[in-house]
Design a protein around this ligand. Structure first.
Ligand code: BES
Ligand code: ZN
Length: 640
């Protein structure tokens, strides 16, 4: 660890550079947030009250984050207070300063009346035609990383947490980031007793119904999709929670409900407390994408109880969450192996294989992501990020905190031993729950816990892991038992395409892939896609024939797949081979979903092979997308 002492911040947790608020001067004892949803005007008007403690009465003002908000009034202990909205910082928004009168006691209430504007980046209002039921409008919200400031004036930093009381008035069913308390004349009340940061605040309102899928879990979505969503998740939900509880400790938030959002939801999932939010692309009819639920559930500990203190330390949220997600999937595989009659040892071995298989998928994602970063790779591929120049956290988003973070935890686990690491997990989460921490606090706690294994931990090249760009410094040598069949088949196709004469009587047949699990198909397709980056090879040019043959043989399983992860990769492969009819398929596909994981690389590829077409599709679909997605694709395509 000595090599990184020069990086240690003056104090921990390190100050968050992505907020303009003076959060360090205050403790927030309670936040009361009341919304009034105006569908007809596509806006929300609101009132927020902070029960503040001015620590040692150090400051005479409160600085809050806002972004494109209208501020109508500020008051302190019910007396109107002087306030000023500062000029906008390009990515961090406009600081709101409220003066604290000199006679104000240490503890006081600050209330602000505000309204959102059409420039709000957190909210998406959907017309009824854009919903699946087509009867009612819909509103949803995405605040992570720094969009909460466009929804309400706040200390928009993960470093500061508060319990919340929420309410929202709406003609339609409404959900927020807490436990439902009551509904009174179109106003819905919720409470979140566990202190949470601003990025976990959420609101959704629309024609939303619920069904029970576990003893502490409901599924919520538009009525037309309710049965399909229920089926997709009901088998795994409670099992996931129990496995996570065994690995860490009891689930503290009481209910774990999930809301399947309209197609324009920009992520796969979002860990809203008590209301995990999911993309409808997970509803594939075979339960093969439930890992996203395991991931969001894992955030109930990593992220929501124990939180990164700034987006520079985002790996503490996501790396830990991917680690737990893969432990949950491992445990499920063990259970399934036992059900198939395998003994304890073999079942455990199989579980480990499944974990490593998932880790291989992540490793490939990481490789691909780094390649697509181009010139930004040095800036954005370190595990600990540098956002000190007011960078937009959305620009820094990639699989790096997820996969490099996972791999670092996996290496630590291997270094100290899995059984010892398992003892560490609950202690780490207990120690830091309700708090926010930086990477050095994690390391200090790790070293304090493993005093006896200091020398072993010192073999980890922390400086490279935390501060060097690019792939992790250690090759994890994952067990490829489950991936080999995928690699082998991909390699056969590669050789077929590379040979000058495409053999007519090759041995390929539709059944090549019929025994693949969905994840094996994903690895197979990822491998085919990755050949595109090999020297002297491209699926396009004279190799088009091979892809056409593949498209013919695997048409039923892949072109018609209900699994968005498979269909996206399948289209992507053919478009990189410049197969004309797949350009349209990919173009139409990015119009059916707003999930950035598909939409951004989809447009980026179309842009590469046919810029006019990419721009044409984006122009056609841009109004469907959530503002975050729209802004990112615009940047990616270089559109103003
Ligand atoms: N918290 C993230 C989503 C997020 C990250 C939103 C950063 C805004 C800024 C969520 O938990 C997540 O990681 N979702 C993944 C799930 C996957 C890793 C299983 C996604 O959306 O794909
Ligand atoms: Zn996550």
């Amino acid at each position: 660890m000595d090599a990184i002492q020069g990086y240690r911040p003056a104090q921990s947790p390190e100050t968050d550079p992505s907020t303009l608020s003076n959060y360090q001067d205050f403790k927030v004892e309670l936040t009361t947030l009341d919304f009034d949803i105006r569908f007809e005007e596509s806006k929300v008007i609101g009132k927020v009250t902070y029960d503040l403690k001015n620590k040692q009465k150090k400051t005479d003002h409160v600085d809050l984050d806002t972004s494109y908000l209208l501020i109508n009034q500020a008051s302190i202990d019910n007396n109107s207070a002087e306030y000023k909205l500062h000029q906008r910082h390009q990515s961090l928004g406009s600081k709101l300063t409220v003066q604290i009168p000199p006679t104000t006691p240490e503890k006081f209430k600050l209330t602000i009346l505000f309204a959102t504007t059409s420039a709000c980046t957190a909210l998406q209002f959907l017309d009824k035609e854009a919903t699946d039921g087509k009867q009612h409008p819909y509103l949803f919200c995405q605040c992570e990383a720094i969009h909460a400031r466009s929804l309400f004036p706040c200390f928009d930093t993960p470093a500061l947490k508060s319990p919340f009381k929420f309410s929202a008035k709406s003609p339609l069913n409404t959900l927020m980031s807490g436990l439902f308390i009551k509904k009174e004349s179109d106003r819905y009340y919720f409470e979140q007793p566990v202190p949470i940061p601003s990025y976990l605040v959420s609101i959704a309102s629309g024609d939303i119904e619920r069904a029970k899928i576990g003893p502490r879990s409901d599924i919520l979505t538009e009525p037309v999709n309710l049965q399909a969503c229920k089926w997709e998740f009901e088998k795994d939900m409670e099992v996931f929670i129990e496995i996570a509880e065994q690995l860490i400790f009891k689930y503290e938030w009481h209910k774990f409900d999930s809301l399947v959002l309209p197609a324009s939801f920009p992520y796969g999932g979002m860990e809203i407390p008590n209301l995990c939010q999911l993309t409808p692309t997970l509803i594939c009819g075979d339960r093969s994408l439930v890992n996203v639920v395991a991931h969001e559930l894992a955030h109930s500990w990593s992220g929501n109880l124990v939180t990164n203190s700034s987006w520079e330390h985002f790996w503490l949220n996501e790396g830990w969450t991917v680690y737990i997600e893969r432990r949950i999937l491992e445990a499920i595989a063990v259970i399934e192996a036992k059900e198939r009659g395998k003994n304890e040892a073999d079942s455990r071995a199989y579980g480990e294989q499944v974990r490593q298989f998932n880790a291989i998928i992540g490793w490939t994602d990481l490789e691909n992501d780094l390649k697509s970063m181009g010139d930004n790779v040095d800036k954005y591929s370190t595990l600990v990020q540098n956002l000190k120049n007011g960078e937009d956290a959305d620009d820094a988003f990639s699989t790096v905190p997820y996969e490099k973070g996972f791999n670092l935890l996996y290496l630590i686990e291997k270094t100290v031993g899995k059984a010892k690491f398992d003892e560490f997990i609950p202690q780490y989460f207990k120690h830091f729950r309700y708090k926010s921490l930086d990477t050095f606090q994690f390391l200090d706690f790790l070293y304090a816990h493993f005093k006896e294994q200091k020398d072993a931990l010192d073999t980890i090249d922390w400086k490279k892991w935390l501060y060097a760009p690019g792939m992790p410094p250690v090759d994890p040598k994952f067990d490829t038992s489950l991936a080999d069949v995928c690699f082998d088949l991909a390699s056969k196709w590669y050789h077929h395409a590379s040979s000058s004469e495409c053999a007519k009587d090759d041995n390929f047949k539709p059944s090549d892939i019929s025994h693949f699990t969905s994840t094996q198909s994903i690895v197979f397709l990822d491998t085919l896609i990755s050949y595109e980056k090999k020297q002297n090879f491209s699926w396009k040019n004279h190799h088009g024939k091979t892809l056409k043959r593949m498209a013919h043989l695997y048409h039923d399983q892949y072109t018609l797949s209900s699994n968005a992860e498979i269909r996206f990769r399948w289209y992507y492969l053919h478009v990189s081979g410049e197969i004309q009819e797949f350009k349209t398929k990919l173009g139409e596909f990015v119009g059916t979903t707003g999930r950035m994981k598909f939409v951004r690389p989809g447009y980026a590829l179309l842009n590469q092979v046919d810029r006019d077409l990419a721009v044409e599709y984006f122009t056609k679909f841009e109004n469907r997308y959530h503002p975050i997605c729209r802004a990112m694709v615009k940047k990616d395509l270089g559109l103003k």
